[in-house]
Design a protein around this ligand. Sequence first.
Ligand SMILES: [Zn+2]
Length: 680
Amino acid sequence: MKKKWFSTIIIMLALWVQPGLAARGHAEKVTAFVHVNLVPMTAERLLPDQTVLVKEAQIIAVGASGEVAIPENSVIIDGSNLYLMPGLADMHIHTDTNWLNGGWPVSPFNLFLANGVTTIRDFGPKGTPTGFALHWRNEVKSGRLNGPTIYAAGPILYGPADNAANIVRTQYQQGFDFVKLYSFLSQEEFQEAMATAKALNLYTAGHIPFAVGLDGVVAAGLNEIAHIEELDFEFLDFDRSRRLGRNEWFRYILKRATDQMERLPDLSEDDPNPDFQAHIEKIVRQLKASKIPLCTTLAVGDVVLKKLFEPEGLASATTSRYLPFGFIETLQQGKDGHQMIFRGYEDFAPYHYNLNQLLLRELHRGGVTLVLGTDAGPAGMGLVPGYSLHDELRFMVENGLAPYEALQLATVHAAEVINRMNRSGNFGTIEVGKKADLVLVDGNPLDDIHNTRKIQGVMASGRWFDKDALEKMLIPGIPVTAAVKHVYDQHQTHYTSFDIVIGKTSSGRLPGSIEAISIRGPAGKLPIQKDDFTYLPRLDAFWFKTPGKPQTGTYSIEVNSGDQKGSATVIQAVVKTIPLPDVNYFKPKSGATLQSEKPIFSWQRIKTEEPLYYRLEINRIGGGRVYSTGRVRNMQSHTVPGGVLKADRSYRWRIRITDGDHWTTVQNSTRCAWQTFHVR
Ligand SMILES: [Zn+2]
């Protein structure tokens, strides 16, 4: 069997760390927090005037001032009038390919750390290539990357999934911490994945597949439910035996929900519907008895409402400046993923969110284990890593949890769930022997949950970042997005193409404002300089090509402009030659005269196991671009709309074939020769 292109590749990554911001680590020395108010999270209490000693990544002493001897040469951190609490965990995030290539103004690792988030759990990488979370997990562990401790699921089993057992086994062998199962798995696929994971003693977490339902996932022993909102669908009437594709399920469920809106119970507390109450109580008992924890992720429902009903408010929020480049634009055009999926079914969104909140309150009251999770990380989510966790804490308190109870979800409960995953959840409280994940805040978080935002310093696995270091972490770099790709052309030559797109810089206009560009490839620094690049003004892009195929591995691109720096990390994971298509099958043939002003262009597609993307391009003879399509999966023909091609003119056309659908994810590209034609 042919292997999937990306699955077996070991990806080596350079680090995305802003130089000069390395933690003031004193591995061999002891760090002493003195005169600090301690929020140990071992119970709901505050211990005034305490000393906490940290050596390497561990807490080695905790006690009242004067009772703990501070070793000579210790690094002293004065905690007078400040509060020391355990680092926070976001138990539901996603790594995304765009964490690599400069898609965020500030690296998500920095956003997490600056917000006191010292543990993250990746619920499955988004985008391709996948698998870099494992690399980051090791980099953080070894101290080469500043960031939270990472636990990671393999690529999400969305369903439909052929060979679910094989996928689960492969993820286990690759060393992922758990598997993530999704909504669209069939009953058989779900059972197959569960049985395989159980046999391997591998932790399972996920959505409740629409074909399976809550009773089914409880019976199969699913270890954890990824969102409280998954339970909402238990209150809807729909046909679970349907065989639907990925997005068809969502649209079907939203349609059923909207059709049933009138019949759904009123959620206001003064009018409890007894059947509905009984149903909720049954669910709570079931989850409590089966000891299944859930991630809260109310932040998702909240951001979806903003996307649908107040996009301008979301666009102008103070933390939105940290959202990925292009997010706001897409939102304002109404093309955000949630906006598209909910189109026509907007009415269900507020009900859905209110039901989530009601379920949160009932689950909490019923003693079901909850962990704090936000679903931040994917490019299109609209949530800012780190900041979204403080919002999630606020949602908990707004729903009646005491600040202490809300904090438990992001500390003690998180650690307990990590332990259940057969991993070391040695964090979440301030006690001797625990990992030194600490947050120093200016205000008692047990009095007011907003105080968790008043961060004066963060310690992650024993590495200390003071307020100054955290502030520097949040300075946006020059936005750089880059791609490296292998190009094969009609002359049967291979070359390597570098595309570097630069966003606004503070020091003036492109290209002059960029002083230097450097690229470090898998074999070291490439002998090219800024002047070797062609500047493409329409795209704000620098472009360079060099003969020969690229080497696989990591390319780090750095640009400098005055004091500002920008960087992108790109992975060339696969080098393979996409064959040239046979021009004998091209229509129109080269030199043809077309009658119609709406001609059809067609070609024979190349048969491969992996999908290929085709892009039709039409230029004026000796001139520029007249028309092009997007990169469309397995496209074999395209009708050019009327009005594009003018009579009595000559044009040329070609197709480009790629293995990715976006310029940043293309690894290999083939372009065939231009074909001329005339329009009569
Ligand atoms: Zn998620």
